[in-house]
Design a binder for this molecule. Structure first.
Ligand code: F6P
Length: 344
């Protein structure tokens, strides 16, 4: 059979490791492999599907980004989108598809399966907001980036006695902020699941000063809610094809840092980590699990399975329906959030 692959949504470290794993296992099983360029966009126009040989997937393991390219194109928003996707796939001799992505990409994969085209998913999102799975490609590396940034920022914070605000990614869930903040010793972590008021932030920083702690590191997720600040956050929201607002444009980190300075008198600075969190070489965990799940995906599609996704559950590879990772938001539980407050 011919197995095709695409990567959709934001790029993430480990995507290339997954591409390599799907390709290598499919080739080993005696199948042919195609790469689709630029996510679902590559299934809506001609000339975007190419043969992937063994030589082309060599050396991919440590590389960040995705050798296939990606996009936030949503065929469900296009006229006859799913029918056009299937038409292009069939014209290119594709018998089964592995779609690697987060909730947006996987919602299209589920629709494709439900229309009758054999499709298997792979979980990717640095936000770690897919349900059930304990692993999403890119999350572990992103947490590492936040951790290293906090380690570095501690030196300036302490030398200059400043409040350092670090804005991290995290649209609806604060996993990157919480885990990075815990690992990097943040003094306050503000994430979408648990809104705080500006009054609470100011009181917290004043309390620390009162205890002789002359600096503070505050991690804030770009999707966090601080009601008083949100009235100032502004401009017309820019949305993608899946209806998501460009959160970085809200500038919550900058607003928070300048408000902290005016409310407390403490010198404050902001660092927006932005796409640094999605870049660079994948961590060992991202490489290993992208490989394990990629091999599992290749075996599932070759075995005639569809509408399913290999995930990590209880430390092992498990297989569930794609629709199940899309159920609800995978949010940070309160007990884990409370853990961060022990070190506030
Ligand atoms: O969806 C993953 C994510 O990394 C979000 O945390 C962030 O809001 C968004 O992507 C940024 O996307 P873009 O690269 O399109 O600006």
């Amino acid at each position: 059979m011919r197995v095709a692959m695409l990567t959709g949504g934001g790029d993430a470290p480990g995507l290339n490791a997954a591409i390599r794993a799907v390709a290598r296992r499919s080739l080993q099983l005696g199948h042919q492999v195609s790469g689709i360029r630029n996510g679902w966009a590559g299934c809506l126009e001609e000339g975007m599907i190419h043969e992937l040989t063994l030589a082309e997937v060599r050396g991919l393991l440590p590389l960040g980004g995705t050798m296939l390219g990606t996009s936030r194109t949503n065929p469900l928003k296009e006229k006859d989108g799913i029918a056009r996707v299937i038409d292009i796939l069939k014209k290119n001799g594709v018998d089964g598809l592995v779609a690697i992505g987060g909730d947006d990409t996987l919602s299209v994969a589920a629709a494709l399966h439900e229309t009758g085209f054999p499709t298997v998913g792979l979980p990717k999102t640095i936000d770690n907001d897919l349900a059930v799975t304990e692993f999403c490609i890119g999350f572990d590396t992103a947490v590492g980036v936040v951790t290293e940034a906090l380690d570095r920022l501690h030196t300036t914070a302490s030398a200059h006695h400043r409040a350092m605000v670090v804005e991290v990614m995290g649209r609806d869930s604060g996993w990157v902020g919480l885990m990075g903040g815990l690992a990097g010793g943040a003094d306050l972590i503000i994430i979408p699941e648990f809104p705080v008021t500006l009054t609470e932030v100011v009181a917290h920083l004043n309390r620390r000063r009162g205890q002789g702690k002359l600096f503070s590191i505050i991690v804030v997720a770009e999707g966090a809610h601080i009601p008083e600040l949100m009235q100032q956050a502004g401009g017309e929201p820019i949305k993608d094809a899946f209806g998501h607002i460009r959160l970085a444009k809200r500038g919550i980190g900058e607003l928070l840092a300048s408000t902290i300075e005016s409310e407390t008198g403490f010198e404050s600075r902001v660092t927006v980590l932005g796409h640094l969190q999605r870049g660079g070489s994948p961590s060992p965990t991202d490489r290993i699990w992208s490989t394990r799940l990629g091999v599992a995906a290749a075996e599932l599609i070759a075995g005639g399975k569809s509408g399913v996704i290999p995930i990590r559950r209880a430390g092992a590879v498990d297989v569930i329906a794609i629709r199940d990772v899309l159920k609800g938001d995978h949010q940070v539980p309160r007990d884990l959030y409370e853990l961060s407050r022990v070190f506030a």
